[in-house]
Design a protein around this ligand. Structure first.
Ligand SMILES: Nc1ncnc2c1ncn2[C@@H]1O[C@H](COP(=O)(O)OP(=O)(O)O)[C@@H](O)[C@H]1O
Ligand SMILES: [Mg+2]
Length: 224
């Protein structure tokens, strides 16, 4: 699976850069109809690349990689990296992104890639599913011998009947299907697989039309 996805990614990425060359007019001026068609091809292509990247991340999350053992690390640096990455996207669509991180270092057994995958899917979803004018708040705290990260948004929420299916591969809730909000339905499966490896858990509270809270809990290592 991992090899297949790798083999898929390089030609698709190469084709995308060729399309960008055409769109920039570097191979001659395009008329408006040609540009419109190429724009549509490029956007479909972007979806294909998202799918390949998510399949790769899901396969990597399910496979034990001896070169990437779990190690003792603080949780905040990975979270800050992801916060930095989504800040522009949130700002660009007019969603206020705030964070309030615990002073304690919250040491967990993990690896940086895995933690970033968890946080980037949760934060990416919160920003993506929150319309302009809304807010996303990230908090961390020590609780029950572990670290809790909560991501609260004022977005579109999740219909109650769909809550139990979150994390199923390719599952997307009723209120996003057929909408223009793109997605693969694999992000929460990636989160679920990562949490299985890290002995963590996830809890979701949501109300359709009002917003959602995703809480992730990871066991902490106490200082000797
Ligand atoms: N913060 C959120 N607000 C509203 N709906 C959400 C949120 N996070 C996840 N969802 C719902 O859960 C589904 C699965 O999430 P995910 O696996 O990340 O897939 P997607 O690629 O669609 O974002 C989404 O399609 C959406 O219906
Ligand atoms: Mg997602």
């Amino acid at each position: 699976m991992l090899t297949v996805a790798h083999e898929l990614r390089s030609p698709v990425a190469a084709a995308q850069s060729l399309m960008r060359t055409l769109l920039r007019g570097l191979a001659g001026q395009l008329n408006s109809q040609q540009r419109e068609i190429l724009d549509r091809i490029e956007s479909r292509h972007g979806l294909l690349l998202d799918l390949i990247n998510d399949l790769l991340a899901l396969a990597a999350s399910k496979t034990y990689d001896p070169d990437r053992p779990l190690e003792r690390m603080a949780l905040s640096p990975s979270l800050l990296t992801v916060l930095d990455r989504v800040r522009d996207e949130a700002g660009g669509k007019g969603v206020a992104l705030t964070s309030s991180l615990a002073d304690a270092p919250l040491m967990v057994m993990a690896n940086g890639d895995g933690l970033e995958r968890v946080f980037s899917n949760l934060l990416g979803n919160a920003v993506k599913y929150t319309p302009s004018g809304g807010s996303v708040e990230v908090r961390t705290r020590a609780v029950d011998g572990g670290a809790e990260v909560s991501v609260t948004d004022t977005g579109i929420g999740i219909p109650e009947e769909d809550l139990s299916r979150l994390g199923d591969e390719f599952f997307r809730a009723r209120n996003v299907r057929g909408q223009s909000i793109g997605g693969t339905g694999l992000g929460l499966s990636i989160v679920r697989e990562q949490l299985r490896r890290l002995h963590g858990r996830m809890q979701v509270e949501s109300r359709e039309g009002q917003g959602s809270v995703f809480r992730v809990w990871l066991p902490c290592i106490q200082d000797p």
